[in-house]
Structure formats: C-alpha cells, structure tokens
Design a protein around this ligand. Structure first.
Ligand code: GYE
Length: 343
C-alpha cells in the first residue's frame, strides 16, 4: 500500500514543467534539467541505496499556492543541480495529512538519511515522528511547525517567523488606515502554524498599537486564491464598511482583489489589501495599484535544507530553529522590486 502511494506521487511529479529554482548567479536557473530524472532515479528500492549520496525524502503538502510551487521548484531544481551528491525522493501529499504520514512511513521503509516536510497542520504528528526517531532518521520541519508535544521528535525547523510577519502586516494596515477602520481577515489552512501564528501576530499588533481598528470578520480561505475570493465575496455581501483586508497569503489576497472588483469597488483604494509571501503576482497587483503591501516569506529554502540534512547525516547538531530573513514591501517599492522576484 505504502509503495503504491509513493509511486503514484512520483509519477504525478513527472508532469511538472521545466524547473526554475530561486537560482543565484552562480547557479543559473536556466541551466536546470527537468525534475523527473532527479525524482525517478531516486524512486527505487525499499532498502537503503548502496551509495554515499545524501538521500532526502521530502513530503510536500501539495500545490495550494504560488508560494508552494516556488518552494517545490527550488527543491527539485537544487537536487537536479547536485545529482552527484544528492538523491531526492519527492512525494506530493495533495493537501492531505494522511498522505504526508504515508509518504514519511515510506521514507522510513526506504531507509533515507533525512526526512523533510512541511507539516500541513500542527497536530497529529506524534506517532509518525516517534517512528522516525526510533528508526534513527533525523527530521527537518520545513516552512511550518508542529505543536509543543513533538518538540523532542525533530531535529530542526527551517522557516520564517510568522508572528513577526503578522505584526508587520498589521503595521502596514494600521498606518494606511490612519489608525481607524474595519478590517477583515482571510486566514490560512485551519490548524496550520503559518495561519495560527500570522493571526496571532496580526491581531496582537493591531490590538496593542491601533485600538480603533476593528477586525469585523475572520475566516479561513485555506491559502487558495479560489477560496480567498469566495470568502471575500461573502464578507462584502454582509458588510459595506470594510476598509481593509489582511490575507494570510498573497494567493488569497489576489482572490480578494477579484471579489472587490466584482463588487464594484477599487482594491488598493476603497479597500486596502495586504498579504504575505511576496509572490510575483502580488508585486504585479501592487504595480497596478490594486494591492498595498506584502510581507515576504522566503520559499527558497533548498540550499539550507540540503546543507542542514548533510550536517545531520554527519551527526552534527544544528540550531532548533533556522529562521528566514524576510522583507516587507509596500506599493511604492513594487516597481523597483518586481524584476528581482524569483517566485
Ligand atoms: O505562506 C502559503 C502556503 O507554510 C509559509 O503555506 C507556508 C505557507 C505560505 O501555501 O502561501
């Protein structure tokens, strides 16, 4: 059963288009070979490959956002650039925790050196992380966290500081509203650390610094553009006094922009729009005057993931939390920054 799932997941990745990593000048994205070879070569046997390469199993959540596609591309691109040293076994869990768990169990059966994954939600990992620990396979949490009860069951987390991101978004909203008005919030996936902590940071910063700004609605849009649009439509139907929307990611902000336009209002002017992630589409919307700000969340984590995995394989200890360095961008920064965006 487990093998069937992984094979299916690997087959699914074959359809991915030419990889574009977050590339640096020394490693141009244009030279990247396609993903399939990297994943297909790594697909193999249920026993530890008899080579000295670093074998990493990565159980991706799925494809809910442009940000996540950027992360996937970067990981597959990086592995494809380093096939002499790295075997990547990539699984796509299609937004389901149970599929991530199956993929992780598969990686254990294969005897990979390191397992890396972004936990779709914070809870429910104790059993499978205990299995990883018992198998002696270090785990890297990527771009999201797990709850406290699992603190001893993983080696490190490589991610942004979501509480900081939420607070930065609140400062943009508070500033642009002049400290007064009504805000609606489009939350990320229910139970995801990225959603919980962005909300915590945003709500607290508003309450502390802008007491005359009210959050009049807050609902999940599951980090997708389609649901962001749908939820914003329903907010607009029930309230004609919305001054700003904070979306926990840019894809939902872009969906909200569509809903605002269809309701006959001007996004970016009648209603302030702020997101998180820093995807290219958000910069284009800012250049068009339809979005007001985005708080960057770096998805270009491949180099850190594989370098950290190599250290863990060598038995070295690493920091428990490896924090990304993110920027904050407003509408007036967008035009100059757009050409630099890689995802
Ligand atoms: O913001 C969102 C995504 O976990 C940081 O997940 C990540 C979030 C990101 O799909 O767009």
């Amino acid at each position: 059963m487990r093998k069937g799932f992984l094979a299916a997941s690997l087959a699914a990745t074959m359809g991915l288009s030419l990889l574009v990593g977050c590339g640096t000048s020394s490693e141009p994205a244009a030279a990247a070979p396609a993903a399939p070879e990297a994943t297909a070569e790594a697909a193999p046997a249920a026993s530890k490959p008899a080579n000295s390469k670093l074998v990493v199993g990565f159980a991706q959540i799925g494809q809910e956002s442009g940000w996540r596609d950027g992360e996937t591309n970067d990981i597959q691109w990086y592995a494809a650039q380093h096939t002499d040293e790295i075997d990547l076994v990539f699984a796509d869990a299609q937004q389901k925790q149970e599929n991530q768990i199956k993929a992780i169990r598969n990686f254990i059966d294969m005897g990979v050196d390191v397992i890396a994954f972004p936990p779709v939600v914070e809870t429910g990992w104790e059993a499978v992380l205990t299995e990883c620990k018992e198998a002696g396979i270090p785990v890297i949490l990527v771009d999201r966290g797990v709850d406290e009860s699992c603190a001893d069951l993983y080696a490190t987390q490589i991610s942004s500081d979501f509480i900081w991101e939420g607070a930065q978004a609140a400062d943009i909203v508070g500033d642009l509203l002049g400290g007064k008005g009504n805000v609606v919030e489009l939350e990320g996936t229910v139970g995801a650390s990225a959603a919980n902590e962005r909300k915590e940071g945003f709500d607290k910063e508003l309450a502390d610094k802008y007491p005359d700004i009210k959050i009049i609605e807050s609902q999940t849009g599951d980090f997708t553009r389609a649901l962001g649009k749908e939820v914003m439509e329903s907010f607009l139907k029930s309230h004609d006094d919305i001054n700003a929307v904070f979306a926990h990611n840019d894809d939902m902000a872009l969906g909200a922009i569509e809903a605002i336009k269809e309701a006959g209002k001007k996004p970016g002017e009648d209603i302030i729009v702020v997101g998180c992630d820093g995807v290219k589409g958000a910069f284009e919307a800012m250049v068009a005057g339809e979005m007001n700000g985005t708080v960057e969340c770096n998805p270009c984590l491949a180099k850190q993931i594989f370098e950290t995995a190599a250290k863990l394989k060598a038995g070295e200890t690493v920091d428990k939390w490896i924090v990304s360095n993110d920027g904050v961008f407003r509408q007036e920064d967008a035009e100059a920054e757009l050409p630099n965006r890689t995802y």
